[in-house]
Design a protein around this ligand. Structure first.
Ligand SMILES: Cc1cc2nc3c(=O)[nH]c(=O)nc-3n(C[C@H](O)[C@H](O)[C@H](O)COP(=O)(O)OP(=O)(O)OC[C@H]3O[C@@H](n4cnc5c(N)ncnc54)[C@H](O)[C@@H]3O)c2cc1C
Length: 370
């Protein structure tokens, strides 16, 4: 049996914690926030990806096709099905044509049929060249959190909220010291066999504090608007592919939908690079940023005039972290650095929720669960 510390109580940290505990290991999980799954695992578009989104990365599309039914089965109580999902092909700025999108869906064997004529009434045909009814669902981040907390506790994971991990240190005996600090300032040191850094946008903050080389990562400050849709399209969801377009998805833990835009959801970006100072993703979120809502809806209305009836509620702000290569082809591979600089220290990040299955496969492959 190994003693493990998981840093980060997002979906990834909780899932890995439960997995290791069920294998018979001792697992403590720390999250700096007072509640779990409050960061990227909440502030996202809630799409359970079924491949459609990735015509520029067939590998990511195919991986999504494999994990989609697995996720739906495992989290059937946390997914929301009560809406119709349409993918549309935008023009003239689109990177693919309607024909190419159809061929792509065939290639990845994703269900895709021409939308019924009344859906065309919502769009300006000058800017949309194809509309397809597809199969994709949304997850409810609050239900997912509650499910994962129960599962982790049942497996014997010790959950510590309001506890920040500042740094780790390798000991000559092969174990690792983990230095934490509770919200009321109490400092603690834990000595364990294995540490998983699942802090997503903060992975390099811990590396830097521990004098461990930073991992090249790219971050964006993102804004997802929460809106009330006009009644006629309340139970519909639209994603315009593939370029500087927009997407509307139900956000099931509220009665609203997210409205995101490829051009206006990211406000600015930055990179963590080796041997350079890094910005704190937490600090970026502390500042006030003016909303891009007007820009998003003004552009969206050109494609779908009905969107002018959207009622803005609020915005979800988050740091989105991806591998630098993903910026080019929009792929979403996982980051999995086992025994990173220190034996027993593993840095893990998934670009989307369902990548968790790839992470578990890597844990098995490297026998980190032994
Ligand atoms: C705008 C946006 C849209 C997205 N849309 C989708 C989508 O539609 N579908 C999809 O599948 N994926 C989407 N994603 C990606 C998805 O949100 C992430 O892949 C996933 O949530 C990552 O989970 P995580 O547990 O690694 O990170 P997080 O949920 O961010 O968890 C990290 C945890 O670490 C904690 N933490 C940080 N630093 C410390 C520290 N020093 N000590 C202790 N705790 C710490 C944080 O409090 C946090 O709880 C989106 C992401 C963003 C930002």
């Amino acid at each position: 049996m190994k003693n493990n510390i998981i840093i980060g109580g997002g979906f990834y940290g909780l899932y890995i914690a439960e997995y290791l505990a069920k294998k018979g290991h001792a697992v403590h999980l720390f999250d700096e926030a007072l509640d779990f799954m409050q960061r990227a695992s909440f502030n996202n578009q809630a799409r359970v990806h079924n491949g459609y989104h990735y015509p520029r990365s067939t590998l990511t599309a195919l991986r999504s096709r494999i994990s989609y039914p697995v996720f739906l089965k495992e989290f059937k109580d946390s997914v929301y099905l009560d809406f119709k999902k349409y993918y549309m092909v935008g023009q003239p700025l689109g990177k693919i044509s309607a024909y190419q999108f159809e061929q792509f869906c065939k290639r990845i064997k994703a269900p895709c049929k021409a939308a019924s004529p009344e859906i065309w009434d919502y769009v300006d045909r000058r800017y949309i060249s194809g509309i397809y009814e597809t199969e994709e669902v949304a997850f409810d981040a609050v239900k997912l959190k509650n499910t994962m907390l129960i599962r982790a506790l049942n497996a014997g994971v010790i959950l510590n909220n309001g506890t920040k991990v500042n740094r780790i240190e390798k000991l000559s005996c092969g174990k690792i010291n983990v230095f934490s600090e509770s919200i009321d300032g109490e400092a603690m040191v834990y000595t364990v066999d294995q540490v998983f850094n699942c802090t997503y946008s903060n992975i390099n903050q811990i590396n830097l504090n521990s004098s461990i080389e930073v991992i090249p990562l790219r971050h964006e400050l993102t804004e997802m608007c929460l809106v009330k849709l006009p009644t006629e399209i309340e139970k519909l969801s639209f994603t315009v592919m593939c370029g500087p377009f927009f997407s509307i998805m139900p956000f099931p833990s509220t009665k609203f939908s997210t409205f995101s835009h490829v051009r206006y959801t990211p406000h600015f970006d930055w990179n963590d690079r080796k041997n350079e100072p890094i910005y704190s993703s937490n600090k970026v979120l502390e500042d006030n940023h003016p909303t891009n809502w007007r820009r998003m809806v003004n552009d969206g209305t050109r494609y779908m005039p009905i969107l002018k009836g959207c009622k803005y509620q609020t915005s979800l702000w988050e740091t989105k972290t991806i591998l630098p290569a993903s910026d080019r082809d929009d792929s979403r591979p996982i980051l999995f650095k086992s025994n990173y600089v220190i034996k027993g220290y593993h840095c893990v990040m998934g670009g989307k929720i369902d990548n968790i299955y790839d992470v578990i496969n890597m844990i098995k492959k490297y026998e980190l669960d032994r």
